[in-house]
Structure formats: structure tokens, C-alpha cells
Design a binder for this molecule. Sequence first.
Ligand SMILES: Nc1ncnc2c1ncn2[C@@H]1O[C@H](COP(=O)(O)OP(=O)(O)O)[C@@H](O)[C@H]1O
Ligand SMILES: [Mg+2]
Length: 258
Amino acid sequence: MRTIVVANQKGGCAKTTTVVNLAAALAEIGKKILVIDLDPQANATQWLSGDGSKGGAYGLMIEEGPIDNFIGNTSIENVKIICATQELSYLERALAGRVASDSILSRRISCLKEDDWDFVLIDTPPTLGIVTLNALSCANELLIPVTTHILTLSGVAQLMSTVEAVKKLLNPGIQILGFLPSRVDQRTRHSGEVLDLLMEEFGDLVLKTTVRESVRIAESPSFQAPILKYDGASGAAADYRSLAREVLGFSVEEGHRQ
Ligand SMILES: Nc1ncnc2c1ncn2[C@@H]1O[C@H](COP(=O)(O)OP(=O)(O)O)[C@@H](O)[C@H]1O
Ligand SMILES: [Mg+2]
């Protein structure tokens, strides 16, 4: 079982899009996925039609019941979810003063049966608060989406220093799986420049897969379908299939950097 947290405290940098579509692409090749939605905005939960009747991530973080009680179905075979609810926005306050409040999720996930899951994918809110710290503390790997349609890497340095602190104090085992350039638009100079900047700063940590700017992706949440279902033949669907292969360690074409 691999636990991957998708984080970047910058809002709108394709975290949720990455979680939903990577989950769908891994599920398509038969992997069993548990998505944990830790963002009170619940975008991943809605996109995947998550069944929240069993409670959600707030309950998971607060209550004593077994983790299996919180796992609901999605619209995709092989993908289950622990849903986000708005209550999650009170979590910081609810956990204030609790001992070891940054490692709750880690203790909870350790109760999952290893054989039941190939991947746990965690979606995070656009903050570096206690919720994201919990996710960073329990994950084996960190996937960092970076959108290239805006000429900025702002926030990445802050994220990296948080990751260093987490490594030192909470979770020495966490590895950076990679940076995923997203919303790449070959027609603009911006995109190329941001890609170059990323390569300069982070070299091999930049994944070979890039995800293109695609109106089909922007449309797909309204249809509660990942791009692989909404338009499985699209270039964007191919990008997420490439990402799944790369995550599994198969070689992908450089340029799946288009
Ligand atoms: N490859 C893409 N092409 C076009 N729009 C995208 C793409 N990836 C993400 N988006 C859009 O960008 C916005 C932010 O993405 P989202 O995944 O919600 O970011 P985050 O979870 O980091 O806040 C959404 O409106 C989404 O539809
Ligand atoms: Mg999101």
C-alpha cells in the first residue's frame, strides 16, 4: 500500500484534479484506491459522487470508531472515499490542545488492512495547517501539482521548508514523488518558462508526464466524472493515464512532455 499526499498550499493548482484523475487512471488498470478528502470545500467528494452517509474525514479525525466505518463508495469501480464535509473547517479548533494532534491520520491509516488497498490518495486544503500536517505526517510520498499557466512558483519554497520540517520532526520516511506540471499550454511562453524554472530548481523531481490545459477537464466535475470517463479519448485523459504509469514506475515518453 502506497500513501500519496497531493499538496501545494496554493489554491487552484490542480490538487483535486490530480487526485480524482490519478485515482481513476490507477483504478482503470485494476488498482484499488482509497481517496481521503481533507478539504472542507469537498471538491473531490463531489466530483467522485462520494457517499458520505458513513460520515467523513472529520469523524475519522475526531472519533474513535474503526476507519473502515468511514469508507464510502464512489461512482468509479475500485475507488472508495472518505468524504470531506464542511465540518472539516472546524477541525483545527477541535484538535487544538490535543496531544500528538499532527499524527492522528497516521495512527488511523495504520489500521487499514494493507492487502485491501494499493493506494491511499489524500487531497488537502490550500493551507499548511494541522490538516495538511496530518497528511504530510502519514504519507510515504508527496505529489506536488504546479500549474504553469501563471508565471509563478510562489508557495513552493514554503512548501519545501514545511516538508523539511516534517521530515525532521514527524515523518522521516516521506519522499517527494515529484512535481506534476499541470495546465500546460504549449502555445504560451508562460508555460514553457514555468517548466524551465521548475526543471532548473528541481531537476529530476519534475515528472516526465505533464497535464495539458484542457477545457474538457474544466468541464468534467459538473458531470461528476473524471476525464477518463467524461472524455476517455481526449489528450487530457492520456495525460493522466501517463501519470498513472509513471507513478507505477513504468517508463513514459519524455514529453509525455507533449
Ligand atoms: N489541465 C487543466 N485544464 C484546464 N483546467 C484545469 C486543469 N486542471 C485543473 N483545472 C481547473 O483549475 C481549477 C483548479 O483546479 P483544482 O484541481 O480544483 O485545484 P486545487 O484543488 O489545487 O484548488 C479548477 O477550476 C479546474 O477545473
Ligand atoms: Mg482542491
